[in-house]
Design a protein around this ligand. Structure first.
Ligand code: CP
Ligand code: NVA
Length: 308
């Protein structure tokens, strides 16, 4: 485990170790504050896209653990344009102890990792969002007291967030059903891979088109924006195509009565989730956002502590 690039690079046991670490670091933080175990470490954070949660949670995680974070804005280094990805990786190798990057192309994260000796963390790519998925399982563990055998219904786009979430659910024995409009399902290769992981771990995976079918008996309903960063030109057409995939109170009422509603945020209230549901009694969206801090600490601790 020298990078954090994709959920399927990890085993169930390794994910459980990271989650236990997150729980312990969260407890420690709320009792006496975290020990400064990263006091000589610096993280470079490269962003090709905007961010609130990922940027601030990683920056604060480094701060709480006694380290430093350097934010590098989208226009600052123009990864792959002003300078090649490999050159950026080789230069940062001599300055900092780790790189977290939010990119368009997942391949650029692989390239960063291949050209540096320091750990690389995926802060989101068009393909996946593993840091979000780890924090989300932490939230589910805390609120449901278990994960095995639960049913999670994802309503919406088969996007980066859905990909990492489906994979982590498969690995953690959570049954995953995704309801997407035609043409916006998870990619076929991803589905085949998830089905393999799911059957190895006795979890079900289902891609459907009907959101009501998806949420039936669900313990968790999860949604994300209909238009991801970089797809802005499709916003209007997506708004039309996804209109039956809104998480509203009527849909929530079709799930178990104690269902929790999750959203990685930012949300477009009134589109994929109504105001009523986002602020309603089943919603855990801010608890979920706050857990990004604690799961980020687990990733950083694991990759950076005790490394030369
Ligand atoms: N959920 C998430 O990754 O949020 P940001 O885009 O604000 O980092
Ligand atoms: N799917 C969204 C997630 C944002 C955290 C996007 O990529 O824009």
């Amino acid at each position: 485990m020298c990078n954090f690039l994709a959920i399927d690079d990890f085993t169930n046991k390794e994910l459980k170790t990271l989650l236990k670490l997150a729980i312990d670091l969260k407890k420690e933080y709320f009792s006496n504050g975290n020990k400064p175990i990263l006091n000589d470490k610096t993280l470079a954070m490269i962003f090709q896209k905007p961010s609130l949660r990922t940027r601030v949670s990683f920056e604060m995680a480094m701060h709480h653990l006694g380290g430093k974070a350097i934010y590098i804005s989208p226009s600052e280094i123009e990864l792959g344009k002003r300078e090649s990805v490999a050159d950026v990786a080789k230069v940062l190798d001599g300055y900092v102890d780790g790189i977290m990057a939010r990119v368009f192309q997942y391949q650029q994260l692989i390239e960063l990792a291949e050209n540096t000796t320091i750990p690389v963390i995926n802060g989101l790519s068009n393909y996946n969002h593993p840091c979000q998925a780890l924090g989300d399982i932490l939230t589910i563990m805390e609120l449901k007291s278990r994960v095995e055998g639960l049913k999670l219904a994802f309503v919406g786009d088969g996007n980066n967030v859905a990909t990492s979430l489906a994979k982590i659910c498969a690995l953690m024995n959570i049954n995953f059903t995704i309801a997407s409009p035609k043409g916006f399902e998870l990619n076929k290769d991803i589905i085949n891979h998830i089905k393999t992981i799911s059957s190895d771990n006795q979890a079900d995976f289902l891609q459907v088109s009907n959101p009501i079918e998806a949420v039936s008996e669900a313990d968790i309903i999860y949604t994300d924006v209909w238009t991801s960063m970089g797809q802005e030109q499709e916003k209007e057409s997506r708004r039309q195509l996804f209109q039956n995939y809104q998480v509203n109170q009527m849909l929530v009422d079709k799930a178990k009565s104690n269902v929790i509603v999750m959203h990685d945020l930012p949300a477009n209230r009134g589109e994929e989730i109504t105001e009523e549901v986002a602020d309603g009694s089943n919603s855990v969206i801010f608890h979920q956002a706050h857990n990004r801090l604690h799961s980020a600490k687990a990733i950083l601790y694991h990759l950076l502590a005790n490394k030369q």
